[in-house]
Design a binder for this molecule. Structure first.
Ligand code: CMC
Length: 428
């Protein structure tokens, strides 16, 4: 707690509110007593100025383009760590020892299978269902399968549910892909790494084994790390809000998946690649830049801009380099990558984008990599959900363990009709 207080003058009275310090980043004014003191609420649609919780997981400095998980910079984690290690770090607060990492990896590996009955659940969906629709349904259904890990007040059950979610998400995601492709489901294999196993479950068919290329496995693992957590974004806040009522973890993560699907959030990677294909060639870029700047045109440059980053998204830096490595290794000469690089250069030098501090975000280059690996665009947001599951789970655990936790219940500025008497239909 800082020595500072913030004073508010309302109706001739002055009220002092404590100013709280984080370990780094903006201070916050503790307004919890505001309504009791003044009878007033604060108004902040979209939470642009509101800290909804205290958290020790992830720190973002949007002006400087900094992203830290438990203090470690995302660039270092993406280059030197692994998704399993980052998952442990997010869940437990510290990097694991070799033994702790081996045990954690072993536990996750041993939870990758799903209840066999769950496989029949898929058949209720149309084959052309969007895999995110399937993800919402199937992950929500997990609570009907794993009753022994839904007591949120038991730390051991919370741990098991967390491990189950992280472990089963690749299996569920790969099955969603297989179902839409009309191919048989592929069971997990315990001798493969988390990421190699996911790629094999996705791309292997009974007629032909898929041997994951180490460059592709490495790129996929980096993409998972880059998406693992991002503090109180829309889907994470959804998970926390759902969890604040005491809902079970599987239901909460399903709620997060539903929120992530939107094009302003996790759906942007799909939208960004679709946009790059629509632009098609470098000579058409100016037309789209002009559209993005036109107030009367709803078109936006997808993969550009961010609520928090007013600088280059540090995840986009890693993503651009990874895209180059993967395309080179796979020998893919994708003209869309050239369009992306040129579009980025033109936008970064355009006064509109400079003034509004609009830079490429994590989604700008991810689609180029994912399509080079072989994923259809509908799967992009599914991959985001797979990776973000660890962040959601870690944030959910943090919230449940927080003694200050309360059911989330925002207030409102009511602008509807004031009380009036009901008029029978015959008299209207
Ligand atoms: N293209 C053109 N103009 C833009 C863009 C864009 N991509 N993004 C923002 N602007 C303009 C916007 O029109 C507004 O202009 P003005 O002040 O004149 O009205 C100004 O910049 C501020 O935009 P905003 O919508 O008020 O900002 P926000 O913080 O509410 O929105 C955003 C952030 C990410 C939703 C938005 O930048 C956007 O729609 N970007 C495209 C979608 C996208 O790439 N989303 C992925 C985000 S990163 C991954 C994730 O978190 O899921």
């Amino acid at each position: 707690m800082s020595d500072n207080t913030a004073s508010l003058n309302v109706g001739g009275n002055s009220y002092d509110y404590a100013v709280m310090d984080g370990s780094v980043g903006p201070q916050v004014i503790d307004v919890r007593k505001l309504y009791a003191n003044t009878g007033m609420f604060t108004y902040d649609p979209g939470f642009t100025s509101t800290a909804s919780c205290e958290s020790g997981l992830t720190y973002i400095d949007g002006d400087e383009g900094v992203l830290l998980h438990r203090g470690y910079p995302i660039g270092q984690l993406a280059e030197q760590s692994s998704f399993m290690e980052v998952s442990y770090l997010l869940l437990n607060g510290e990097l694991p020892s070799k033994q702790e990492l081996d045990e954690f990896t072993h536990t996750i590996t041993r939870h990758t299978m799903v209840h066999e009955q769950l496989t029949t659940f898929y058949r209720g969906f149309r084959r052309d269902a969007h895999p995110m629709a399937i993800m919402c349904g199937v992950v929500g259904a997990l609570s009907a399968f794993y009753h022994d890990s839904t007591d949120i007040n038991d730390p051991e059950q919370r741990k098991i549910a967390s491990h189950r979610l992280i472990a089963k998400m690749p299996t569920i995601a790969a099955m969603a892909y297989k179902y839409s492709a009309g191919q048989p489901f592929v069971y997990p294999r315990n001798d493969l790494s988390y990421t190699a196993n996911f790629l094999r479950m996705t791309f292997s068919v009974p007629a032909e084994e898929y041997i994951p290329d180490p460059v592709v496995v490495d790129a996929m693992d980096k993409i998972f790390i880059l998406h693992a957590d991002h503090e109180q974004n829309a889907s994470t806040s959804t998970v926390r809000l759902a969890g604040s009522s005491g809902a079970n973890p599987f239901a909460c993560i399903a709620a997060g998946i539903a929120c992530l699907w939107g094009p302003a959030h996790g759906g942007a990677n799909e939208a960004a690649l679709n946009m790059l294909h629509e632009i098609g060639t470098v000579d058409r870029i100016p037309e789209y830049i002009a559209r993005a700047k036109n107030k009367d045109d709803p078109f936006r440059l997808m993969g550009f801009g961010h609520r928090v980053y007013k600088n280059y998204d540090p995840r986009a830096t890693v993503m651009q380099k990874t895209a180059k490595d993967v395309l080179e290794k796979l020998g893919v000469d994708d003209p869309i990558f050239d369009v992306a690089k040129e579009l980025e250069q033109i936008a970064l030098n355009d006064p509109y984008f400079i003034e509004k501090k609009l830079y490429p975000n994590v989604d700008f280059y991810s689609g180029v990599i994912l399509s080079a690996i072989g994923f259809p665009t509908e799967m992009f947001t599914v991959l985001f959900a797979l990776a973000r599951t660890v962040g959601w789970v870690a944030q959910w655990n943090e919230m449940i363990s927080d003694p200050a936790q309360k059911i989330g219940r925002p207030r409102q500025l009511y602008t509807g009709p004031v009380q009036r008497d009901y008029v029978p239909v015959s008299a209207r």
